[in-house]
Design a protein around this ligand. Structure first.
Ligand code: SIN
Length: 305
């Protein structure tokens, strides 16, 4: 006997919530040395295990994913980031998004005489938070407000940089370790602009220098990568400072050869997720009179080996 509509409505009202369905998104590798776009994925919706596994594998294969048109809240940005590992809290608490210490605001906007974010973040090539014993696995940067010109972010593929290293340089770095320090460029950045507050003793205590292998092995894809950058590396251990400076300068120049670099031109609501174990990055610069604001989460990784 057919059920009445009233009974059907009643059954619906008590039904279990529908399990999330896999999303039909497309992966389009970017031309060049790294990166892929994900089209048709909506991170404001619940992801299935299958969606997550595809995203994770794409991230390992391409090192950088561009999720287009993500209308997500800071909470959703944090929750998605956390699926990859614990989040790191940036030492510059002055630029945490209020109510969300997991988000660092990257911005050149000044309101009522106060910067809303870190205006010179990424001014030198670097891998995020390489100055910690457990540097970052990856970072997710979500566009909030974009300038009409400039504001690009550049990424260099450090696996390619290692693979193409001339033999003499490869021999010179084999088995070496380098020191990374948050303070490497801090004084210089303070002189160059008005973004950097003086650090409290507590902040300085959080950023004691560390040493890492110059060549690291990616813990998930098994590939070797150069792991030094002008932003945070201060010296190669066991070499006189002048020799260390000269070797680092050669490694930096090689790392960012044009054929290793992808330049990301931001579009509204882009979320970019890159692998700090595979890439270094650089903020390309924004004209002073144009506003730019992005939110960044940073996922903790493993001790480099
Ligand atoms: C960063 O280095 O995390 C910021 C990069 C950018 O603002 O383009």
């Amino acid at each position: 006997m057919p059920q009445s509509n009233a009974l059907l409505r009643d059954v619906d009202a008590h039904a279990e919530p529908q399990a999330a369905q896999p999303q039909a998104f497309e992966l389009r590798p970017l031309p060049g040395p790294l990166g892929a776009e994900l089209i048709g994925l909506d991170l404001s919706r619940e992801l299935t295990r299958e969606d997550f596994a595809r995203i994770h594998q794409a991230h390992l294969d391409h090192h950088l994913l561009v999720f287009r048109d993500q209308r997500i809240t800071p909470r959703q940005h944090i929750d998605f980031s956390r699926r990859f590992g614990p989040l790191m809290i940036h030492v510059l608490h002055q630029f945490h998004l209020p109510g969300h210490p997991e988000i660092l605001t990257v911005s050149n906007i000044v309101e009522n005489g106060k910067p809303v974010g870190l205006g010179d973040a990424g001014k030198y090539w670097h891998s995020d938070i390489s100055y910690k014993a457990l540097p970052s696995l990856g970072s997710l940067l979500h566009a909030q407000e974009l300038p009409s010109e400039g504001g690009d972010t550049l990424f260099a593929n450090m696996h390619l940089a290692y693979d193409t290293l001339p033999e003499a340089l490869r021999n010179a770095v084999e088995g070496r370790r380098a020191v990374h320090s948050y303070l490497a460029k801090y004084g210089q950045l303070q002189k160059e602009g008005n973004w950097r507050p003086n650090l409290s003793a507590q902040q300085v205590a959080q950023v004691q220098e560390v040493s890492h292998p110059v060549v690291r092995t990616h813990p998930e894809n098994g590939r070797r990568a150069l792991f030094v950058s002008e932003g945070f590396t201060t010296r190669i251990e066991g070499l006189p400072q002048d020799e260390s400076d000269a070797l680092l300068a050669e490694l930096y120049a090689h790392s960012v050869r044009p054929e290793h670099v992808y330049r990301h031109h931001w579009r509204e609501h882009d979320l970019v997720f890159w692998d700090n174990r595979s890439l270094i990055h650089l903020a390309g610069g924004t004209p002073d009179h144009l506003r730019r604001k992005l939110y960044r989460t940073t996922i903790e990784g493993d001790a480099p080996f």
